[in-house]
Design a binder for this molecule. Structure first.
Ligand code: NAD
Length: 377
Protein backbone atom coordinates (compact mmCIF):
# COMPACT_ATOMS: atom_id res chain seq x y z
CA UNK A 1 0.00 0.00 0.00
CA UNK A 2 1.75 3.14 -1.24
CA UNK A 3 0.63 6.57 -0.08
CA UNK A 4 1.64 9.51 -2.31
CA UNK A 5 2.15 13.11 -1.24
CA UNK A 6 2.59 15.27 -4.35
CA UNK A 7 3.80 18.86 -4.44
CA UNK A 8 0.87 21.26 -4.92
CA UNK A 9 0.99 23.11 -8.24
CA UNK A 10 -2.07 25.42 -8.07
CA UNK A 11 -1.07 29.10 -8.24
CA UNK A 12 -0.26 30.48 -4.80
CA UNK A 13 -0.65 27.13 -3.04
CA UNK A 14 2.15 26.58 -0.54
CA UNK A 15 0.59 23.94 1.70
CA UNK A 16 1.29 20.22 1.70
CA UNK A 17 -1.06 17.39 2.70
CA UNK A 18 1.37 15.49 4.94
CA UNK A 19 4.13 16.69 7.23
CA UNK A 20 7.11 14.76 8.56
CA UNK A 21 5.08 14.28 11.77
CA UNK A 22 2.14 12.62 10.00
CA UNK A 23 4.40 10.68 7.62
CA UNK A 24 6.17 9.18 10.63
CA UNK A 25 2.84 7.93 12.00
CA UNK A 26 1.85 6.38 8.66
CA UNK A 27 5.25 4.72 8.30
CA UNK A 28 4.88 3.34 11.85
CA UNK A 29 1.69 1.63 10.63
CA UNK A 30 3.72 -0.13 7.95
CA UNK A 31 2.72 2.16 5.05
CA UNK A 32 5.12 3.17 2.31
CA UNK A 33 4.88 6.94 1.98
CA UNK A 34 6.19 8.54 -1.24
CA UNK A 35 6.70 12.29 -0.92
CA UNK A 36 7.45 14.30 -4.04
CA UNK A 37 10.78 16.07 -3.78
CA UNK A 38 10.21 19.66 -2.65
CA UNK A 39 6.54 19.08 -1.73
CA UNK A 40 6.95 20.60 1.72
CA UNK A 41 9.60 23.24 1.07
CA UNK A 42 7.19 26.20 1.05
CA UNK A 43 5.72 24.89 4.31
CA UNK A 44 9.15 24.68 5.96
CA UNK A 45 9.35 20.87 5.63
CA UNK A 46 12.39 19.86 3.60
CA UNK A 47 13.01 16.52 1.87
CA UNK A 48 15.52 15.47 4.54
CA UNK A 49 12.88 15.84 7.26
CA UNK A 50 10.48 13.60 5.32
CA UNK A 51 13.26 11.09 4.65
CA UNK A 52 14.13 11.08 8.36
CA UNK A 53 10.45 10.34 9.06
CA UNK A 54 10.74 7.28 6.82
CA UNK A 55 9.38 8.60 3.51
CA UNK A 56 10.71 7.75 0.08
CA UNK A 57 11.48 10.93 -1.84
CA UNK A 58 10.10 10.52 -5.36
CA UNK A 59 9.18 12.52 -8.48
CA UNK A 60 5.65 13.66 -9.42
CA UNK A 61 4.85 10.41 -11.21
CA UNK A 62 5.92 8.45 -8.12
CA UNK A 63 3.70 10.48 -5.80
CA UNK A 64 0.63 10.61 -8.08
CA UNK A 65 1.05 6.94 -9.03
CA UNK A 66 0.40 5.73 -5.45
CA UNK A 67 -2.64 3.69 -4.29
CA UNK A 68 -3.74 6.55 -2.01
CA UNK A 69 -2.89 10.16 -2.88
CA UNK A 70 -3.07 12.94 -0.27
CA UNK A 71 -3.61 16.41 -1.72
CA UNK A 72 -4.53 19.91 -0.61
CA UNK A 73 -6.10 21.16 -3.88
CA UNK A 74 -7.88 19.08 -6.53
CA UNK A 75 -5.42 17.59 -9.05
CA UNK A 76 -5.05 19.40 -12.40
CA UNK A 77 -6.02 17.65 -15.64
CA UNK A 78 -2.35 16.85 -16.25
CA UNK A 79 -1.89 15.46 -12.73
CA UNK A 80 -4.96 13.26 -13.17
CA UNK A 81 -3.24 11.50 -16.06
CA UNK A 82 -0.51 10.41 -13.60
CA UNK A 83 -3.04 8.77 -11.27
CA UNK A 84 -4.06 5.12 -11.40
CA UNK A 85 -7.65 4.15 -12.06
CA UNK A 86 -8.89 2.58 -8.82
CA UNK A 87 -6.66 4.76 -6.64
CA UNK A 88 -8.02 6.81 -3.73
CA UNK A 89 -7.72 10.59 -3.49
CA UNK A 90 -8.16 12.59 -0.28
CA UNK A 91 -8.13 16.39 -0.32
CA UNK A 92 -10.12 19.60 -0.46
CA UNK A 93 -11.86 18.75 -3.72
CA UNK A 94 -14.59 21.41 -3.96
CA UNK A 95 -17.79 19.38 -3.35
CA UNK A 96 -19.84 22.03 -5.19
CA UNK A 97 -17.73 21.82 -8.38
CA UNK A 98 -19.81 19.33 -10.39
CA UNK A 99 -17.47 19.38 -13.41
CA UNK A 100 -14.38 18.85 -11.27
CA UNK A 101 -15.98 15.86 -9.56
CA UNK A 102 -16.97 14.44 -12.95
CA UNK A 103 -13.31 14.54 -13.99
CA UNK A 104 -12.31 12.64 -10.84
CA UNK A 105 -15.01 10.03 -11.52
CA UNK A 106 -13.86 9.63 -15.12
CA UNK A 107 -10.32 9.03 -13.89
CA UNK A 108 -11.70 6.07 -11.91
CA UNK A 109 -10.82 7.52 -8.52
CA UNK A 110 -12.42 6.94 -5.15
CA UNK A 111 -12.36 10.56 -4.04
CA UNK A 112 -13.01 11.99 -0.59
CA UNK A 113 -13.57 15.76 -0.21
CA UNK A 114 -12.80 16.64 3.38
CA UNK A 115 -14.75 19.93 3.23
CA UNK A 116 -17.94 17.86 3.13
CA UNK A 117 -17.45 16.37 6.60
CA UNK A 118 -20.37 17.13 8.92
CA UNK A 119 -19.81 19.81 11.60
CA UNK A 120 -20.18 17.30 14.43
CA UNK A 121 -18.11 16.70 17.55
CA UNK A 122 -16.73 13.40 16.19
CA UNK A 123 -15.67 15.08 12.94
CA UNK A 124 -13.93 18.00 14.64
CA UNK A 125 -10.43 16.55 14.47
CA UNK A 126 -10.72 16.12 10.70
CA UNK A 127 -12.58 19.39 10.02
CA UNK A 128 -10.41 21.06 7.38
CA UNK A 129 -12.80 24.00 6.97
CA UNK A 130 -12.33 24.85 10.64
CA UNK A 131 -8.59 24.30 10.78
CA UNK A 132 -7.96 26.44 7.71
CA UNK A 133 -10.58 29.11 8.52
CA UNK A 134 -8.98 29.53 11.92
CA UNK A 135 -5.66 30.38 10.26
CA UNK A 136 -7.42 32.63 7.71
CA UNK A 137 -9.15 34.61 10.46
CA UNK A 138 -5.83 35.24 12.18
CA UNK A 139 -4.03 36.16 8.96
CA UNK A 140 -6.85 38.51 7.90
CA UNK A 141 -6.12 40.65 10.96
CA UNK A 142 -2.37 40.52 10.26
CA UNK A 143 -2.97 41.71 6.68
CA UNK A 144 -5.27 44.46 7.92
CA UNK A 145 -2.73 45.62 10.49
CA UNK A 146 -0.09 45.66 7.77
CA UNK A 147 -2.17 47.81 5.39
CA UNK A 148 -3.49 50.12 8.10
CA UNK A 149 -1.23 53.11 8.56
CA UNK A 150 -2.17 53.53 12.21
CA UNK A 151 -1.80 51.37 15.30
CA UNK A 152 -4.37 48.91 16.64
CA UNK A 153 -4.00 49.48 20.41
CA UNK A 154 -4.71 52.63 22.33
CA UNK A 155 -1.38 54.13 23.31
CA UNK A 156 -0.84 56.92 25.83
CA UNK A 157 2.60 58.32 25.16
CA UNK A 158 4.52 61.46 26.05
CA UNK A 159 3.91 62.55 22.45
CA UNK A 160 0.17 62.19 22.75
CA UNK A 161 -2.57 59.58 22.77
CA UNK A 162 -3.31 57.15 19.93
CA UNK A 163 -6.90 55.92 19.73
CA UNK A 164 -7.62 52.18 19.51
CA UNK A 165 -8.61 50.92 16.05
CA UNK A 166 -12.30 50.14 15.51
CA UNK A 167 -12.74 46.76 13.87
CA UNK A 168 -16.00 45.41 12.44
CA UNK A 169 -16.25 41.66 11.76
CA UNK A 170 -19.04 40.52 9.44
CA UNK A 171 -19.80 36.80 9.61
CA UNK A 172 -18.72 35.11 12.82
CA UNK A 173 -18.05 31.48 11.98
CA UNK A 174 -14.65 29.96 12.67
CA UNK A 175 -12.69 32.64 10.75
CA UNK A 176 -14.69 35.51 12.21
CA UNK A 177 -14.24 34.29 15.78
CA UNK A 178 -10.49 33.98 15.29
CA UNK A 179 -10.40 37.44 13.68
CA UNK A 180 -12.15 38.87 16.74
CA UNK A 181 -9.77 37.09 19.14
CA UNK A 182 -6.71 38.24 17.18
CA UNK A 183 -7.86 41.86 16.83
CA UNK A 184 -8.67 41.86 20.54
CA UNK A 185 -5.15 40.70 21.40
CA UNK A 186 -3.87 43.66 19.36
CA UNK A 187 -6.02 46.03 21.41
CA UNK A 188 -8.77 46.92 18.91
CA UNK A 189 -12.38 47.77 19.80
CA UNK A 190 -14.55 45.25 17.97
CA UNK A 191 -18.16 44.91 16.82
CA UNK A 192 -19.49 41.90 14.93
CA UNK A 193 -22.57 40.80 12.98
CA UNK A 194 -23.92 37.39 12.03
CA UNK A 195 -27.32 35.99 11.06
CA UNK A 196 -27.18 33.15 13.58
CA UNK A 197 -28.41 34.09 17.07
CA UNK A 198 -26.12 31.57 18.81
CA UNK A 199 -23.15 33.70 17.80
CA UNK A 200 -24.02 36.62 20.11
CA UNK A 201 -22.75 34.86 23.23
CA UNK A 202 -19.51 33.76 21.52
CA UNK A 203 -18.86 37.31 20.30
CA UNK A 204 -19.43 38.76 23.75
CA UNK A 205 -17.28 36.12 25.43
CA UNK A 206 -14.35 37.36 23.31
CA UNK A 207 -14.88 40.91 24.52
CA UNK A 208 -16.51 42.24 21.35
CA UNK A 209 -19.94 43.85 20.90
CA UNK A 210 -22.64 42.03 18.91
CA UNK A 211 -24.55 44.12 16.38
CA UNK A 212 -28.08 43.12 17.30
CA UNK A 213 -30.66 42.94 14.52
CA UNK A 214 -33.76 41.47 16.22
CA UNK A 215 -35.86 38.92 14.29
CA UNK A 216 -39.40 40.19 13.68
CA UNK A 217 -41.13 37.24 11.98
CA UNK A 218 -41.15 33.44 12.35
CA UNK A 219 -39.70 33.24 8.84
CA UNK A 220 -36.70 35.33 9.94
CA UNK A 221 -36.22 33.31 13.14
CA UNK A 222 -36.40 30.01 11.27
CA UNK A 223 -33.97 31.09 8.54
CA UNK A 224 -31.54 32.40 11.17
CA UNK A 225 -31.29 28.98 12.80
CA UNK A 226 -29.57 27.78 9.60
CA UNK A 227 -29.03 24.14 8.77
CA UNK A 228 -26.27 21.85 10.05
CA UNK A 229 -24.68 24.83 11.81
CA UNK A 230 -24.43 26.74 8.51
CA UNK A 231 -26.27 29.94 7.62
CA UNK A 232 -29.17 29.98 5.17
CA UNK A 233 -30.12 32.97 3.02
CA UNK A 234 -32.02 35.42 5.23
CA UNK A 235 -35.33 37.09 4.23
CA UNK A 236 -34.80 40.48 2.56
CA UNK A 237 -36.64 42.25 5.38
CA UNK A 238 -33.96 41.18 7.90
CA UNK A 239 -31.09 41.87 5.49
CA UNK A 240 -32.42 45.42 4.96
CA UNK A 241 -32.41 46.08 8.71
CA UNK A 242 -28.98 44.45 9.09
CA UNK A 243 -27.68 46.73 6.31
CA UNK A 244 -28.77 49.85 8.18
CA UNK A 245 -27.01 48.72 11.38
CA UNK A 246 -23.88 47.52 9.58
CA UNK A 247 -23.66 50.74 7.53
CA UNK A 248 -23.51 52.83 10.71
CA UNK A 249 -20.64 50.70 12.11
CA UNK A 250 -18.73 50.49 8.82
CA UNK A 251 -18.76 54.30 8.48
CA UNK A 252 -16.95 54.55 11.83
CA UNK A 253 -14.68 51.56 11.33
CA UNK A 254 -10.97 51.62 10.66
CA UNK A 255 -10.92 47.96 9.64
CA UNK A 256 -13.66 45.66 8.34
CA UNK A 257 -13.05 41.92 8.16
CA UNK A 258 -15.80 40.10 6.30
CA UNK A 259 -16.13 36.33 6.25
CA UNK A 260 -19.85 35.76 5.51
CA UNK A 261 -20.57 32.66 3.45
CA UNK A 262 -23.57 30.47 2.69
CA UNK A 263 -22.57 26.97 1.50
CA UNK A 264 -23.20 26.35 -2.20
CA UNK A 265 -24.40 29.91 -2.85
CA UNK A 266 -22.79 33.23 -3.69
CA UNK A 267 -21.53 35.09 -0.63
CA UNK A 268 -23.98 37.77 0.57
CA UNK A 269 -23.23 41.41 -0.29
CA UNK A 270 -22.76 43.15 3.05
CA UNK A 271 -20.47 46.11 2.27
CA UNK A 272 -21.97 48.18 -0.55
CA UNK A 273 -20.05 50.76 -2.58
CA UNK A 274 -21.86 53.52 -0.66
CA UNK A 275 -20.59 52.03 2.60
CA UNK A 276 -17.03 51.98 1.22
CA UNK A 277 -17.44 55.65 0.25
CA UNK A 278 -18.53 56.42 3.82
CA UNK A 279 -15.31 54.99 5.29
CA UNK A 280 -12.37 57.12 6.38
CA UNK A 281 -9.41 57.40 4.01
CA UNK A 282 -6.82 54.77 4.82
CA UNK A 283 -9.33 52.32 6.29
CA UNK A 284 -8.98 48.67 5.37
CA UNK A 285 -11.39 45.94 4.28
CA UNK A 286 -10.17 42.35 4.27
CA UNK A 287 -12.75 40.34 2.34
CA UNK A 288 -12.33 36.64 3.07
CA UNK A 289 -15.25 35.90 0.77
CA UNK A 290 -13.21 37.24 -2.19
CA UNK A 291 -13.92 35.25 -5.34
CA UNK A 292 -17.15 33.83 -3.93
CA UNK A 293 -19.47 36.83 -4.33
CA UNK A 294 -22.34 37.16 -6.82
CA UNK A 295 -19.99 38.53 -9.50
CA UNK A 296 -17.48 35.69 -9.20
CA UNK A 297 -14.45 37.93 -8.57
CA UNK A 298 -16.02 39.97 -5.77
CA UNK A 299 -16.88 38.88 -2.23
CA UNK A 300 -18.95 40.39 0.58
CA UNK A 301 -18.01 43.71 -1.03
CA UNK A 302 -18.75 44.30 -4.74
CA UNK A 303 -15.52 46.34 -5.06
CA UNK A 304 -13.32 43.43 -3.95
CA UNK A 305 -11.08 42.01 -6.65
CA UNK A 306 -10.21 38.39 -5.95
CA UNK A 307 -6.46 37.83 -5.73
CA UNK A 308 -5.58 41.54 -5.43
CA UNK A 309 -5.21 44.39 -2.97
CA UNK A 310 -6.91 47.46 -4.46
CA UNK A 311 -7.67 50.98 -3.31
CA UNK A 312 -11.22 52.22 -3.88
CA UNK A 313 -12.54 55.56 -2.60
CA UNK A 314 -9.41 55.82 -0.41
CA UNK A 315 -10.04 52.42 1.22
CA UNK A 316 -7.62 49.48 0.90
CA UNK A 317 -9.56 46.35 -0.07
CA UNK A 318 -7.67 43.09 0.41
CA UNK A 319 -9.12 40.33 -1.79
CA UNK A 320 -6.45 37.65 -1.39
CA UNK A 321 -8.16 34.29 -1.75
CA UNK A 322 -5.94 31.75 -0.02
CA UNK A 323 -4.91 33.17 3.34
CA UNK A 324 -4.01 29.79 4.89
CA UNK A 325 -1.35 29.46 2.16
CA UNK A 326 0.30 32.59 3.62
CA UNK A 327 0.85 30.67 6.86
CA UNK A 328 1.95 27.50 5.10
CA UNK A 329 3.75 25.71 7.92
CA UNK A 330 0.99 25.84 10.52
CA UNK A 331 -1.83 25.49 7.97
CA UNK A 332 -0.12 22.36 6.62
CA UNK A 333 0.50 20.89 10.02
CA UNK A 334 -3.17 21.32 11.00
CA UNK A 335 -4.39 20.07 7.62
CA UNK A 336 -2.07 17.07 7.69
CA UNK A 337 -3.42 16.10 11.12
CA UNK A 338 -6.99 16.45 9.78
CA UNK A 339 -6.05 14.11 6.91
CA UNK A 340 -4.39 11.61 9.25
CA UNK A 341 -7.51 11.50 11.43
CA UNK A 342 -9.74 10.95 8.40
CA UNK A 343 -7.49 8.11 7.25
CA UNK A 344 -8.24 6.27 10.50
CA UNK A 345 -11.79 5.83 9.15
CA UNK A 346 -10.91 4.54 5.68
CA UNK A 347 -7.52 2.97 6.36
CA UNK A 348 -7.54 1.40 9.83
CA UNK A 349 -4.06 0.35 10.96
CA UNK A 350 -4.72 -3.34 10.25
CA UNK A 351 -6.15 -2.74 6.74
CA UNK A 352 -4.08 -3.43 3.64
CA UNK A 353 -6.29 -1.36 1.32
CA UNK A 354 -8.62 1.66 1.57
CA UNK A 355 -12.11 0.78 2.79
CA UNK A 356 -15.31 2.76 2.29
CA UNK A 357 -17.53 2.08 5.33
CA UNK A 358 -20.71 3.86 4.19
CA UNK A 359 -22.36 3.31 7.57
CA UNK A 360 -19.93 5.93 8.91
CA UNK A 361 -21.61 9.32 8.44
CA UNK A 362 -18.30 11.14 7.96
CA UNK A 363 -17.08 8.72 5.29
CA UNK A 364 -20.47 8.80 3.53
CA UNK A 365 -20.53 12.61 3.58
CA UNK A 366 -16.99 12.96 2.21
CA UNK A 367 -17.25 10.32 -0.53
CA UNK A 368 -17.61 12.17 -3.85
CA UNK A 369 -16.73 9.64 -6.55
CA UNK A 370 -16.49 5.85 -6.70
CA UNK A 371 -16.41 3.22 -9.46
CA UNK A 372 -16.46 5.84 -12.24
CA UNK A 373 -19.44 7.73 -10.87
CA UNK A 374 -20.07 10.93 -8.92
CA UNK A 375 -21.91 9.61 -5.88
CA UNK A 376 -22.58 12.95 -4.24
CA UNK A 377 -22.31 16.56 -5.32
P1 NAD B 1 -19.05 29.76 7.05
O1 NAD B 1 -17.63 29.94 6.62
O2 NAD B 1 -19.94 28.90 6.23
O3 NAD B 1 -19.74 31.21 7.15
C1 NAD B 1 -19.14 32.24 7.91
C2 NAD B 1 -20.18 32.94 8.72
O4 NAD B 1 -20.94 33.81 7.89
C3 NAD B 1 -21.20 32.05 9.43
O5 NAD B 1 -21.12 32.27 10.82
C4 NAD B 1 -22.55 32.50 8.85
O6 NAD B 1 -23.59 32.43 9.80
C5 NAD B 1 -22.22 33.93 8.46
N1 NAD B 1 -23.16 34.59 7.55
C6 NAD B 1 -23.80 34.10 6.46
N2 NAD B 1 -24.60 35.03 5.91
C7 NAD B 1 -24.44 36.18 6.64
C8 NAD B 1 -24.99 37.47 6.58
N3 NAD B 1 -25.87 37.82 5.64
N4 NAD B 1 -24.61 38.37 7.52
C9 NAD B 1 -23.71 38.04 8.49
N5 NAD B 1 -23.16 36.81 8.61
C10 NAD B 1 -23.52 35.90 7.69
O7 NAD B 1 -19.09 29.30 8.57
P2 NAD B 1 -18.10 28.31 9.33
O8 NAD B 1 -17.00 29.08 9.91
O9 NAD B 1 -17.77 27.19 8.42
O10 NAD B 1 -19.02 27.83 10.53
C11 NAD B 1 -20.32 27.33 10.27
C12 NAD B 1 -20.91 26.77 11.52
O11 NAD B 1 -20.36 25.53 11.86
C13 NAD B 1 -20.76 27.61 12.77
O12 NAD B 1 -21.97 27.50 13.48
C14 NAD B 1 -19.69 26.95 13.53
O13 NAD B 1 -19.76 27.24 14.91
C15 NAD B 1 -20.07 25.53 13.24
N6 NAD B 1 -18.97 24.62 13.46
C16 NAD B 1 -19.22 23.51 14.22
C17 NAD B 1 -18.20 22.60 14.42
C18 NAD B 1 -18.42 21.38 15.24
O14 NAD B 1 -19.35 21.30 16.00
N7 NAD B 1 -17.59 20.37 15.07
C19 NAD B 1 -16.96 22.79 13.86
C20 NAD B 1 -16.76 23.93 13.08
C21 NAD B 1 -17.78 24.83 12.89
Amino acid sequence: MRIGVPAETAAGETRVAATPETVKKLVAQGRTVCVQSGAGVAASAVDDAYAAAGAEIVDAAGAFGADLVLKVQPPSAEELTLMKSGATLVGMLNPFDAEGLQRLAQAGLTAFALEAAPRTTRAQSMDVLSSQANVAGYKAVMLAANQYQRLFPMLMTAAGTIKAARVVVLGVGVAGLQAIATAKRLGAVIEASDVRPSVKEQVESLGARFIDVPYETDEEREAAEGVGGYARPMPQSWLDRQKVEVAKRVAQADVVISTALIPGRPAPVLITEDMVKSMKPGSVIVDLAAGRGPGGTDGNCPLTEAGSVVQKHGVHIVGLTNLPALVAADSSSLYARNVLDFLKLVLPSDATAVQVPMEDDIVAACLMTQAGKVVRS
